[in-house]
Design a protein around this ligand. Structure first.
Ligand code: HEM
Length: 517
């Protein structure tokens, strides 16, 4: 008898477990399907009311986001929604950017976490949040040290270019978009982790491919229903790749942290010659000041934010300069004038004086920003905007950047005018307003407001140093193509065509390059 009762009880237990599982599944399914329903009172673009599933609408977003934006803003609308990578996303008109930029209930971190999973999925922890110490390291140390970093960066640029683009009298092809991330990774790592690691091929591989695998891995994982994601991520190759990069990257950073600790404590001899400059690893140690911080993860986060953004911008600039070579001579003349004025070397202030180059960067970013929308946010409470749009709690949103093509602001917006911002800066009061690093409601490709990119000052310096060398050392042309290769779109992202090959040929520089180091 006891045996029969026991069997029945365990059967009931099993029944209970099955019912509980079923309820969990139904509630999750309900939650998911309501999440993917369009928000009330906001026009839906890119999906007809007869389509039950979101899959075609998502595909339309991937291939034709720009056209969908144009349709969305037709008829004077200030807001609409479309089915983006996962759920419906609200797209706002540029005229609302000032309401979004510092809004306390529109969260940058939560939007990132939703899109990239955060610590819910092993490997994606860097997307959990931007740590205040990371911001302090950039704002209070990196940006303040830019002057001291000019010379080490210039020296490393010479070294890396000698390797990657060796002296050649004949036109030589280079897949610029593919090669430049490794060059930028080397320069950025010089400032993040020092001279030794910046030449470590394993670290450079992690620096470049961690971001790529994280973006592709997150996209692969989003293709699965969220109820299955905690299981399937273990089997997705790109997500496995992310974890592999984190493991290798963390081991490299932790080894360096330990080495520096032993030197500080006198258990290892001091470096000889001493390091030429402090780096973000020193600053994490200093600013954490005993507070718990996963430094390896924080370093991977900086790498993630820095490498492809900077590479993408520089590739756009080089495609533009090669397509409009008249600006190359203008920039060479400016570089020569500034360097001669500064006694033949690159000084702290030399880069600030290169205002024509600054203008070229801003114009390239205006015409080919990294995306057609910025200020990705998630509403942590319902948010009402001045045009009457109500963004519901939990909704994701972004602000369209089509203001960059607005002819009321930018005369002949489709024409590349490398000196556009240089000319604007000539009028009194406008000196700083139109600098490359200045964000505004008319130019927010670095974001705008409280989350505007803190790394943009460093990125600007790094790109200018690279350009000084790229323009003085080499002539440039396209292989087999007239004119500026168009970027292609993937959702809201704008991507430089990686199949484009540039040809370079060594030339006699206007100034003594060894003095720039
Ligand atoms: C040309 C290169 C770069 C571009 C185009 C770029 C662009 C951006 C954009 C669009 C944002 C989001 C702003 C917003 O949503 O309001 C951002 C944020 C951020 N960027 Fe950059 N970035 C670049 C380089 C860098 C570099 C070199 C670093 C690090 C040294 C960096 C660190 C960050 C960080 C930490 C954030 C998050 C800010 C926050 O949470 O408030 N970026 N960047």
């Amino acid at each position: 008898m006891a045996f029969i009762i026991e069997q029945l009880e365990s059967y009931r237990l099993l029944q209970g477990a099955v019912v509980a599982l079923f309820l969990a599944f139904v509630s999750r399914f309900y939650h998911e399907s309501t999440e993917s329903f369009p928000y009330k009172d906001i026009p839906l673009i890119g999906k007809s009311r007869w389509e039950l599933s979101n899959s075609k609408a998502k595909q339309r977003f991937v291939t034709s986001a720009k056209e969908l934006f144009a349709e969305g803003f037709s008829q004077g609308r200030k807001a609409f929604q479309l089915v983006a990578a996962s759920d419906p996303t609200v797209v706002l008109h540029p005229s609302l950017v000032d309401e979004v930029k510092n809004h306390p209930h529109l969260s940058f971190d939560e939007a990132n976490k939703k899109f990239f999973f955060g610590s819910k999925i092993p490997g994606f922890e860097v997307f959990e949040k931007v740590e205040p110490i990371q911001m302090d390291v950039i704002n209070k140390r990196l940006t303040h040290s830019l002057g001291q970093l000019v010379s080490p960066l210039s020296k490393e640029t010479s070294a890396v270019l000698r390797e990657k683009l060796p002296k050649s009298d004949a036109w030589t092809p280079v897949s610029f978009a593919m090669e430049i991330p490794y060059i930028v990774a080397r320069l950025s790592t010089l400032v993040f982790l020092g001279e030794k690691i910046c030449r470590d091929p394993q670290w450079l591989n992690v620096s470049v491919n961690f971001t790529i695998d994280a973006f592709v891995g997150a996209r692969d994982l989003r293709a699965w229903p969220s109820i299955l994601q905690p299981l399937v991520h273990w089997f997705i190759p790109t997500v496995q790749g992310v974890r592999k990069h984190v493991k290798i990257g963390s081991a490299i950073v932790n080894k360096e942290i330990e080495r520096r600790r032993l030197i500080r404590e006198g258990q290892l001899p001091a470096e000889n010659p001493p390091r030429s400059h402090e780096d973000t690893l020193d600053w994490f140690h200093e600013l954490a000041d005993g507070r718990p911080l996963n430094v390896a993860q924080a370093q991977m986060g900086l790498t993630m934010a820095a490498i492809h953004t900077t590479s993408n911008l520089l590739t756009n600039v080089m495609y533009d300069l090669t397509a409009y070579p008249e600006y190359i001579q203008i920039l060479r003349d400016e570089i020569k004038t500034v360097i001669t004025e500064d006694g033949g070397s690159l000084k702290k202030t030399s880069l600030t004086k290169m205002k024509k180059m600054d203008s070229v960067l801003k114009e390239s970013q205006r015409m080919n920003p990294a995306g057609i929308a910025f200020l990705n946010r998630l509403a942590t409470k319902e948010v009402s905007l001045s045009d009457g749009t109500r963004i519901p709690k939990g909704a994701t949103m972004l602000v369209s950047a089509h203001i960059l093509e607005d002819e009321c602001i930018y005369t002949s917006p489709a024409v590349y005018d490398g000196l556009r911002f240089y000319k604007w800066r000539q009028s009194p009061g406008n000196e700083h307003r139109f600098q490359f690093v200045t964000t505004s409601a008319e130019h927010y490709a670095f974001g705008h407001g409280m989350h505007a990119c803190p790394g943009r000052f460093f990125a600007a310096n790094e790109i200018k140093i690279l350009l000084v060398h790229l323009l003085l050392r080499y002539d440039w042309t396209f292989e087999d193509r007239p004119g500026r290769p168009p970027n292609f779109m993937h959702g809201t992202e704008s991507i430089c065509d990686p199949s484009v090959r540039l040809l370079f040929r060594s030339r006699e520089p206007e100034v003594e390059l060894s003095r720039l180091e």
